[in-house]
Design a protein around this ligand. Structure first.
Ligand SMILES: *[C@@H]1O[C@H](CO)[C@@H](O)[C@H](O)[C@H]1NC(C)=O
Length: 450
């Protein structure tokens, strides 16, 4: 009788015990959320307000668990890992490498990694050196040795492999796209074949990762993978074979729709969930689920969040509502004043175009855009202005802001993923000109949610 009562008591306590256990677990998960911050060293030499110096960088370090410094590249004749800013003598001569790793003195918990590739190593027109290097084990050796030596010499904590694999073809390729696509013609041989030797390259990449990890293990260096936008994971990554040799995977799940890839249709560049049945893979959730389904532990997966917007030009034929997908867009929109890149606005550049006191009475190209938020929390924000009577000044911007970034961070948390990879610090509002005086508002919004 007594024993039975005891048992009953224990049974009654069970839910409480379980609650304590799960609480402890979710607490631990929250405590270990990673926030990996990319910093493109080339932003150091931009002109004017978009130039990000080390002094500007420092306030971000209280929020980042990792700083990923980009970008190193491959020397195609030696197959060595080299600075892509060599001509400017920025990384080595001006010792930016040492300055960034020096941030660890003040922030001892910070890990600083060197990133290779990142779609920034484009001196070689077709990026085929990333494939030829894989193809021979003799070519992999100088790469691995030089990577180890750069990491060690400059005090990095490891290497981020933002390997430049061939990208998916956009769904529709129209005429008149220009030289950008012509450069990629050979990779897109055939209508649907992204890379005829994809299966080989997948195996060879697994070998490279294994060999790198072996070289890094004695020093405890980190090795991470960045899956770049529009690189098809199922073509190039053997997840079960790779996963144990990688410390993290950053899924750069954005730029699914850009004015360069899709000049005639403006649409959300980085939705969390599926927009329509035509592009079921073009969203964060698909990418995350793919890696989870292939047995990647959730704790190793980080979701990439951009800090910028993509800009299309609208015509009269694009209509008046701005509701995406907007067809009859007319290619890339104008460059932002600071970043000077056609079809691209950093967050402060987007912010300046949204309705505010300074632009409320302005007209034409300087007038405010109409802002449309996302109450569904699934797709992202956009802002637009329909073309005027002269068929001018039409603009459509799909962008990330502190609110949408926070929604993505909440998604990361609800899925129990490892954390967020912010791309890139230099396009966040690091001067704090937009929202009050707060520097790095997107970074902060993510940090508060994680
Ligand atoms: C990725 O590759 C798989 C085949 O391995 C294919 O079924 C899928 O459609 C591809 N995804 C994209 C977005 O092209």
């Amino acid at each position: 009788m007594r024993a039975q009562q005891q048992n009953m008591k224990l049974l009654a306590l069970l839910p409480v015990l379980l609650a304590i256990l799960t609480f402890g677990q979710s607490n631990a998960a929250a405590g270990s959320s990673h926030l990996l911050c990319y910093y493109d060293g080339a932003s150091f030499i931009r002109e004017g307000l978009s130039k990000l110096t080390l002094n500007d960088l420092e306030p971000a370090m209280q929020f980042c668990t990792h700083l990923i410094y980009g970008y190193a590249g491959i020397n195609p004749s030696s197959n060595k890992l080299v600075s892509t800013n060599e001509k400017l003598d920025l990384d080595l001569g001006s010792s930016l490498y040492r300055s960034v790793t020096g941030l660890k003195k003040k922030y001892p918990a910070l890990k600083v990694l060197l990133s290779v590739g990142g779609d920034k190593d484009v001196a070689d027109e077709e990026s085929s050196k990333y494939l030829t290097l894989l193809e021979s084990s003799n070519a992999r050796i100088p790469f691995i040795n030089s990577a180890h030596s750069l990491v060690k010499t400059y005090g990095f904590d490891g290497l981020d492999l933002a390997w430049q694999f061939p990208k998916n073809k956009p769904k529709k390729v129209h005429s008149g796209i220009g030289t950008f696509w012509k450069g990629f013609k050979k990779i897109f041989s055939g209508d649907h074949v992204v890379d005829e030797k994809a299966e080989e390259h997948k195996e060879e990449f697994t070998a490279l990762v294994r060999e790198l990890k072996n070289a890094f293990r004695p020093d405890g260096y980190l090795l991470g993978l960045s899956v770049l936008p529009n690189v098809n994971s199922s073509l190039f990554y053997d997840v079960p074979a790779l996963i144990n040799n990688l410390d993290y995977i950053n899924l750069h799940a954005y730029d699914f729709q850009t004015p360069v890839r899709n000049p005639e249709v403006a649409d959300f560049p980085a939705p969390i969930y599926e927009l329509n049945e035509r592009n079921p893979e073009h969203n964060i959730n698909f990418q995350v689920q793919y890696w989870l389904n292939n047995h990647a532990p959730a704790s190793k997966i980080n979701v990439g969040i951009p800090t910028y917007g993509r800009v299309w030009k609208l015509t009269k034929d694009s209509g008046l509502t701005g509701l995406p997908p907007v067809s009859d867009a007319d290619n890339v929109g104008p460059a932002g004043v600071q970043t000077q890149t056609p079809g691209f606005y950093s967050w402060p550049e987007v912010c300046a175009k949204l309705p505010n006191q300074a632009n409320q009475h302005l007209k034409g190209a300087d007038g405010p855009l109409r802002k449309v938020g996302d109450p569904t929390k699934r797709f992202g924000s956009y802002a637009y202005r329909s073309a005027d009577d002269k068929d001018e000044n039409g603009l459509w911007v799909g962008y990330e802001d502190p609110d949408t970034a926070a929604i993505k961070a909440a998604y990361v948390k609800s899925k129990g993923l490892g954390g967020v990879a912010l791309v890139d610090l230099s396009f966040d509002d690091f001067r704090g000109g937009c929202t009050g005086n707060e520097k790095y508002p997107i970074l902060r919004a993510i940090k508060y949610k994680l």
